[in-house]
Write a protein that binds this ligand. Structure first.
Ligand SMILES: Nc1ncnc2c1ncn2[C@@H]1O[C@H](COP(=O)(O)OP(=O)(O)OP(=O)(O)O)[C@@H](O)[C@H]1O
Ligand SMILES: O=C(O)C1=C[C@@H](O)[C@@H](O)[C@H](O)C1
Ligand SMILES: [Mg+2]
Length: 169
């Protein structure tokens, strides 16, 4: 991969990667979509049927499948949280961007999203979700080569920020 985007649910990984690919010659791989294409069902359904542990196994398998391809990878919110996913991303030595959004922005975006295929939102509720976000923050920070504070940036500005960094490399 030429770039990997990490961060909490709703931080903008998928939409940023999509826009980035439209403005560069980079292909996008969205790990959640790669998984859904493999299992041929929505992630929420898989979570309900097989549980989170089984999902994490599947997530790691699919991460290993795509990490060596050329392009930009938008990960799932939990991809780097388990030790295996963290190591896979770290060992790839790909430029890794943490899209860091505040609690209020995340809550607002998730509430507003029309298509909300996020099983953990249902399971934890908003307060549980924000607690999880704060538990994960240090892991995202540790793994990232670059941290982008996205609260006051529109999608285009986030993309420009990433392109600037990639062009310097
Ligand atoms: N910079 C931004 N400014 C405003 N809204 C944004 C920005 N980036 C993304 N959004 C919006 O926030 C919502 C969540 O974005 P997106 O699905 O890309 O997040 P994600 O990090 O991929 O989440 P998940 O981990 O759940 O897949 C979408 O409605 C998207 O349009
Ligand atoms: O933050 C998480 O743990 C998740 C985020 C989504 O992208 C999906 O990968 C799934 O809903 C789990
Ligand atoms: Mg996404």
């Amino acid at each position: 991969m030429q770039a990997i985007l990490i961060g909490f649910m709703g931080s903008g990984k998928s939409s940023t990667a999509q826009l980035l690919s439209e403005q560069t010659n980079l292909k996008t791989y969205d790990l959640d979509k790669v998984i859904e294409d493999t299992i041929k069902m929505p992630i929420s359904k898989y979570f309900n049927q097989y549980g989170e542990n089984q999902f994490r196994k599947l997530e790691n398998e699919n991460l290993n499948k795509v990490i060596h391809l050329d392009g930009v990878l938008s990960t799932g919110g939990g991809t780097p949280i388990n030790a295996e996913g963290f190591k896979t991303i770290q060992k790839s030595h790909c430029p890794t961007f943490y899209l860091d959004a505040s609690d209020a922005v995340i809550e607002n975006r998730i509430q507003k999203d029309k298509v909300n295929d996020r099983p953990l939102v249902e399971e934890l509720g908003y307060s549980g979700l924000i607690e999880l976000k704060n538990q994960r923050h240090s892991i995202y920070n540790k793994l990232a080569d670059y941290v982008i504070k996205v609260d006051n940036l529109n999608k285009q500005q986030v993309v420009e920020h990433i392109i600037k960094i990639l062009n310097k490399k």
